[in-house]
Write a protein of this length. Structure first.
Length: 181
C-alpha cells in the first residue's frame, strides 16, 4: 500500500523532460526584456504559463530548476545574467519570489481544486507574495523604504503583469485542450 503511494509521487522521465522544457521557456521569456531598474521581461508570463499548464507540483519543480540553473551560472535570467550575484542583486528577490509564487499555486491546487478560478486567485496571491519578497530584498540591498520599493519595483509593473497573467491563462487553457501534460 505505501509502495503505491510512493510511486505516485515519483516523476516519470516524460514529466522531467516537460519540467526542463518549461524551465527553458521561462529562460527564453526572461531574455525578452526592456532594461530598467527592475527589467520589464516576459519572465512572469513564462512563470504564469508554466504554472497554469503544468500545475502546481510540476510547475514548482520547473521554476526551481530555472532558478537553480541560474544559480550555477547558466545565463537564464534577464540580460543573460546568471550566478549567485544575480540572485543577490537588487532584483534577485523577485526571482526567489517565483519559487514562493509556485508554492502558493501548488498549495491552492492541493487544498482547494484545479478549477480556473482557483488558478486565477492563486496566481494573483502568488504574485503578491513574489512582489513582497522582491520588494523586501530590494529594500535590504538599497537601504530604501517599503514605499519607495513599491513605487519603484511594483507599481510600474502591475498593469503589465496583469496583462501577462491574462494572456498566459488564455493561452494555457487552449494548450491544455490539445496537449496532455
Amino acid at each position: 500500500m505505501s509502495e503505491n503511494i510512493v510511486s505516485k509521487r515519483k516523476l516519470s522521465t516524460r514529466e522531467m523532460v516537460i519540467i526542463a522544457m518549461f524551465s527553458a521557456i521561462i529562460a527564453v521569456c526572461s531574455w525578452i526584456s526592456v532594461p530598467t531598474t527592475i527589467p520589464f521581461t516576459l519572465q512572469t508570463f513564462g512563470v504564469f504559463a508554466t504554472m497554469s499548464i503544468l500545475g502546481g507540483r510540476k510547475g514548482f519543480f520547473s521554476i526551481l530548476v530555472y532558478v537553480l540553473l541560474g544559480a550555477v551560472g547558466m545565463p537564464v535570467f534577464s540580460g543573460f545574467s546568471a550566478g549567485i550575484s544575480a540572485l543577490t542583486s537588487y532584483s534577485g528577490g523577485y526571482i526567489w519570489g517565483f519559487i514562493f509564487l509556485a508554492l502558493v499555486y501548488w498549495c491552492a491546487e492541493k487544498f482547494f481544486s484545479k478549477k480556473f478560478i482557483v488558478q486565477v486567485i492563486s496566481l494573483i496571491i502568488g504574485m503578491a507574495v513574489c512582489y513582497i519578497c522582491g520588494t523586501l530584498w530590494f529594500m535590504h540591498i538599497t537601504k530604501s523604504t517599503f514605499i519607495y520599493g513599491l513605487s519603484a519595483c511594483v507599481v510600474p509593473y502591475l498593469l503589465f503583469d496583469a496583462l501577462k497573467m491574462i494572456l498566459a491563462l488564455m493561452i494555457s487553457e487552449r494548450v491544455k485542450k490539445y496537449v496532455r501534460i
